[in-house]
Ligand binder design. Structure first.
Ligand SMILES: *[C@@H]1O[C@H](CO)[C@@H](O)[C@H](O)[C@H]1NC(C)=O
Ligand SMILES: *[C@@H]1O[C@H](CO)[C@@H](O)[C@H](O)[C@H]1NC(C)=O
Ligand SMILES: *[C@@H]1O[C@H](CO)[C@@H](O)[C@H](O)[C@H]1NC(C)=O
Length: 371
């Protein structure tokens, strides 16, 4: 009799203990930093070797290097220096600890990291055997040597200036810039910090209410909780009461409202059928600064110039890319959407890196997408 009574009590006790231990274990994480002027490190970031593994989110490990700089390791053996962290907008400002950001940008690939750019701008890097600083181009000093100079450009003008036999095209890189450039940059040393963001874990609404996210480990999983946030102080019972008391009338009202709206739309359509023209509703999509694929480029008409050098559009007899006059027997390619023509070699190179006409900036891809 005694025993039969104690066993369930004992089980209940065990149950309570285990919930206490396993379900509600949140570690206390004290914010840290590599030095006094370095960014504050707290969830989702964690300072390795200083904060427990449960203080950070996977992929957000930071460490301090020998000179107390805050370093983030990214896929591809990239070690990048963290210049600033904004926890409320979830943004990071990054630079190269060795002061040669362009070199790092050539290796950087964020696609398998938790981070991505806020704004991207495409830059093309050229390696030239002559020095163009005399024509006001700004070289990348840390990539240049005694007998060669490296330049980066995001503009048609710079691309044109550098597309010459003395220069070898290195690569085009999509740089996660801090701000989008409204003016294309003729030449830059790409030394300014880059700016990236992270989408997961999303603690923006928690932070905006003054709260702090943390990781709560339960027996089988880990979840992110928002602690100390304002405006969520309702006890559970009150929350149910609110859901039932306000939710049900709100739902009924919403259903009624939707019925009313759809009725109105139907009668409106019946009266004014042609007003809902679809094309006028389509919002313009942002133009993506990525190149065209080879098959699209090949689909653009080619012309071999005859002795008369008659052009498909007789506006100019100079190729706007390489600034050379068209010669008989040369192959030209025309962008069908705007009828602008160029030397095929020149425009092919350009289109592989940029999906827009270098003269009028119309994007062939964009045109296709809308039509
Ligand atoms: C980045 O890496 C992914 C695979 O992880 C690859 O598909 C992609 O092409 C790479 N991007 C660049 C620009 O190298
Ligand atoms: C630029 O070219 C030189 C030789 O012309 C080469 O030694 C150097 O590594 C190249 N630099 C880059 C960044 O490609
Ligand atoms: C650079 O050019 C000079 C001559 O202009 C030559 O003597 C020297 O060997 C070259 N250096 C390298 C590293 O190619």
């Amino acid at each position: 009799m005694e025993l039969q009574k104690t066993i369930p009590l004992f089980l209940l006790f065990c149950c309570l203990i285990s919930t206490k231990i396993f379900v509600a274990s949140t570690v206390t994480c004290i914010p840290s930093a590599c030095s006094t002027n370095e960014p504050l490190i707290r969830f989702p970031f964690r300072l390795r070797n200083y904060q427990s593994i449960d203080c950070g989110f996977p992929g957000f490990n930071l460490f301090c290097d020998a000179s107390n700089k805050t370093i983030l390791r990214l896929p591809g053996e990239v070690r990048i220096m963290v210049q600033g962290i904004n926890y409320s907008t979830q943004e990071l400002w990054l630079n190269d600890p060795n002061d040669c950001l362009p070199q790092l940008l050539l290796r950087l690939n964020l696609s398998s990291s938790p981070f991505s750019g806020v704004y991207y701008q495409d830059f093309t890097l050229f390696n030239c055997s002559v020095d163009f600083t005399t024509i006001k181009l700004n070289p990348i000093a840390c990539l240049s040597g005694l007998n060669y100079t490296v330049y980066a450009t995001s503009s048609m003008k710079g691309f044109r200036l550098l597309s010459r036999p003395e220069c070898k095209l290195i690569r085009a890189v999509a740089v996660p810039v801090q701000w989008p450039f409204f003016e294309q940059v003729v030449s830059t040393d790409l030394s300014a910090d880059i700016r990236v963001t992270w989408a997961n874990p999303d603690c923006r609404s928690c932070e905006s209410r003054g709260g702090r996210c943390s990781l709560k480990r339960t027996t089988f999983s880990r979840e992110i909780v928002c602690e100390n946030a304002r405006g969520v102080g309702f006890p559970k019972g009150a929350r149910y009461a609110i859901i039932v008391g306000a939710g049900v009338p709100a739902m009924l009202f919403l259903i009624g409202f939707l019925c009313f709206i759809s009725g109105r739309i139907r009668s409106y359509r019946r009266r004014a059928q042609p007003v809902l023209e679809f094309s006028s509703v389509v919002a313009p999509q942002p133009i993506a600064f990525v190149g065209l694929d080879e098959s699209t480029i090949e689909s653009y008409p080619k012309t071999v110039l005859g002795e008369s050098r008659r052009l498909p559009k007789p506006d100019d007899n100079i190729c706007p890319i390489c600034l050379a006059e068209y010669q008989p027997k040369e192959t030209l390619r025309t962008i069908p959407e705007c009828q602008h023509s160029f030397h095929a070699d020149c425009i092919d190179e350009w289109l592989r890196l940029n999906a827009s006409c270098p003269v009028c900036r119309n994007s062939p891809k964009y045109v296709h997408a809308i039509v």
